[in-house]
Ligand binder design. Structure first.
Ligand code: CS2
Length: 493
């Protein structure tokens, strides 16, 4: 590996021909989007689409300025700085072939914890027409019980006191828009790209609540000068492993410190409400709709719920990757039955054939044996995922007096998950901001199952539903005495 090339602008000229070099003159690109949260997902999805738009359609006004706000983002910030914002996207097809592409759409980067005022200043500049976000489900700081913005969350509270050294996206946005207002500058669009229900409406409501508390005089200006389209984003993007980094070195002599690995499938549907203009995203396959709800609901309740279900159930069986569980007929049969019996009947305005086809496609994507999507990624922060992905199905079924057997089984398995031991006696890591509470309440549930439901506020009124309680107790006791696979055989009969 004598010719190892460190990925940066200068070295792209010497790259091997096979790898898709960016055909972009980066000096000509102007920044038009500030993106908060340079996650793998952002780099496989939004940054990829912008790259395609620049490369294939000469769109030069919407380059991305990446802004990271979390302490834990220091590493990616340093790497992107080191690599001039370049990184390799590795698309792993189901047939084992791979496509490589060097993505060049991120042209500036800021790191909030190091210099919050610089990041605020950058967000305030009028060339930024869109501020997009991937801050994950827990970045929205929603109250577990009410689902409303949690003004008492410690980080949020800290931001209300220390306004110019914010920790949350709300603190940053408020100060950036204060500057825009004082300088007589225009507003812009805030585009959430996270897997939460009505993501645009949610960030809007939360942001307004925060502003009302901290800078109430800004609110009328915001209402006139910002927009918050809802969007549905989709592309399975895994955690990058050392093997992925090594493979690039061996195959192409490239040393990329943080490539991104994803599946070939990609979708982005957005409500067309961009107050300061937007790129011609339609040219690269992005769809614009009036109402995102049906698209978002099917994705959250089928794909994301399906992921969580395979993640939790599969972990209890000692599996490590999504494709292992998705290729085990017991687990897939269970998932299909859940979707068919308890999820799909609630989509009354969607053609059942389309739902069937969508489910089939999702399961095929899960089966891709080449992307190595780890169950630990799926199960991470389940406490903010399950209430979004699975609870709405349970609630609809309860309202309609229909079956809740599969959904309740999943919740019982989720409780058992916090025992932290699989059916072969191996322990696994639990990564969740509520892990202490979840582990403690799961421990209490050995004596009294009801305590898992009562002591985790996110269950809200599910706790008081008699049939749900009864079935939860039944399945939990079954799961604690019988291996998951045997339980699935019984469920699948
Ligand atoms: C996953 C998602 O985090 C999760 O639980 O379901 O990251 C999923 O891979 C993406 O939403 C796919 O678009």
């Amino acid at each position: 590996m004598s010719n190892l090339l460190y990925l940066n602008t200068e070295n792209t000229h010497s790259l091997s021909k096979d790898i898709l070099k960016p055909k972009i003159d980066r000096d000509k690109i102007k920044t038009g989007i500030a993106h908060i949260g340079l996650s793998n997902f952002h780099r496989a999805h939004q940054a990829y689409y912008i790259h395609e738009l620049i490369e294939k359609h000469d769109e030069l006004n919407f380059g991305i300025c990446g802004i990271d706000l979390l302490e834990s983002d220091r590493k990616i910030y340093n790497i992107l700085k080191d690599q001039d914002g370049l990184y390799t996207l590795v698309i792993k097809n189901a047939d084992g072939t791979q496509e490589y592409k060097i993505i060049a759409s991120i042209i500036e980067y800021f790191y909030g914890p190091e210099n919050p005022l610089a990041a605020i200043e950058r967000l305030a500049r009028p060339d930024i027409k869109i501020i997009s976000l991937t801050i994950a489900e827990d970045g929205y700081h929603l109250n577990e019980t009410t689902g409303e913005f949690n003004l008492t969350h410690p980080k949020v509270k800290e931001d209300t006191i220390s306004k110019f050294n914010p920790k949350t996206v709300f603190g940053y946005l408020t100060q950036a828009f204060m500057l825009r207002k004082h300088r007589g500058l225009p507003g812009c669009t805030i585009l959430s790209c996270d897997n939460i229900k009505a993501n645009g409406a949610t960030i809007k409501k939360s942001f307004y609540t925060y502003v009302e508390k901290t800078e109430p005089s800004l609110l009328p200006w915001l209402k006139k000068n910002t927009s918050f389209p809802n969007s549905m984003v989709d592309r399975i993007t895994t955690v990058t492993t050392t093997k992925d980094i090594e493979l690039l070195k061996e195959t192409y002599n490239i040393h990329d410190q943080w490539p991104v690995v994803c599946e070939p499938f990609s979708k982005w549907i957005i409500e067309d409400d961009f107050i300061a203009g937007r790129p011609d995203w339609d040219k690269v396959g992005i769809e614009f709709v009036q109402d995102i709800e049906p698209y978002e609901n099917t994705k959250l309740r089928i794909l994301n719920a399906g992921h969580s279900i395979l993640g939790i159930l599969g972990t209890l069986n000692g599996y490590k990757y999504v494709h292992e569980v998705a290729n085990d007929e017991h687990f897939i049969f269970f998932l299909e039955s859940f979707i068919k019996t308890e999820v799909n009947p609630n989509f009354q305005n969607i053609d059942q054939h389309n739902l069937k086809a969508y489910t089939k496609e999702v399961i095929e994507r899960f089966k891709n044996t080449h992307i190595n999507d780890s169950l630990s990624r799926i199960c991470k922060e389940s406490s903010s995922k399950i209430p979004i992905f699975v609870f709405p199905t349970l609630k609809d079924q309860i309202t309609n007096h229909q079956s809740i057997e599969y959904g309740t089984f999943v919740i019982a398995a989720w409780c058992k998950y916090y025992d932290g031991i699989d059916d072969f006696g191996h322990s696994f890591d639990i990564q969740d901001s509520l892990s202490n509470q979840l582990i403690r309440t799961a421990a209490l549930s050995h004596q009294n199952p009801q305590l898992f439901l009562e002591k985790n506020a996110f269950f809200k009124d599910l706790v008081t539903h008699d049939l749900f309680q009864e079935r939860f107790k039944y399945y939990l006791s079954k799961l604690r005495s019988t291996p998951i696979k045997e339980c699935l055989v019984l469920m699948n009969k």
